[in-house]
Design a protein. Structure first.
Length: 138
């Protein structure tokens, strides 16, 4: 009986994750906002802050001529460059849709949905060296 209770206690200590703190949830939300607002506002600084250098963004695109789908890839440098290019013509504030929904947080990983003007991005955000950064986008 005592061995069973000890086993259950050890199991719960090893495999139970604490709920995310309000500070973590705020940081996750801010990371998503730095990403989308950095794009809209043409802020390479905010985009850089939001992304892990090894970020992978994937987009399914359909060729209208053939109807065939392909998977396009972008990295952090491309997204930062896109933000910087928009610096001279940012999206007007009244045209910026940026609905952020934190779908799940477990340990040092989070999944976030960002609804923008013409698209939806699903972000995987990880706590890396004490900072929440985007590592994957679909």
């Amino acid at each position: 009986m005592m061995a069973g209770m000890l086993t259950m206690l050890l199991f719960s200590l090893l495999f139970t994750q604490a709920a995310p703190t309000p500070a973590d949830r705020d940081a996750i939300r801010q990371t998503a906002l730095d990403y989308i607002e950095g794009f809209y506002d043409g802020s390479a600084e905010r985009m850089t802050r939001a992304l892990h250098p090894d970020l992978a963004k994937r987009i399914v695109r359909v060729d209208p001529a053939t109807g065939k789908a392909r998977l396009d890839h972008m990295g952090a440098e491309t997204l930062i460059g896109m933000a910087k290019a928009r610096e001279v013509r940012p999206t007007p504030k009244d045209k910026q849709q940026k609905d952020v929904t934190i779908l799940d947080v477990y340990g040092n990983a989070a999944t976030v949905k960002v609804v923008a003007n013409d698209w939806i991005d699903y972000l995987h955000i990880a706590k890396f060296d004490g900072r929440w950064v985007i590592v994957n986008v679909l």
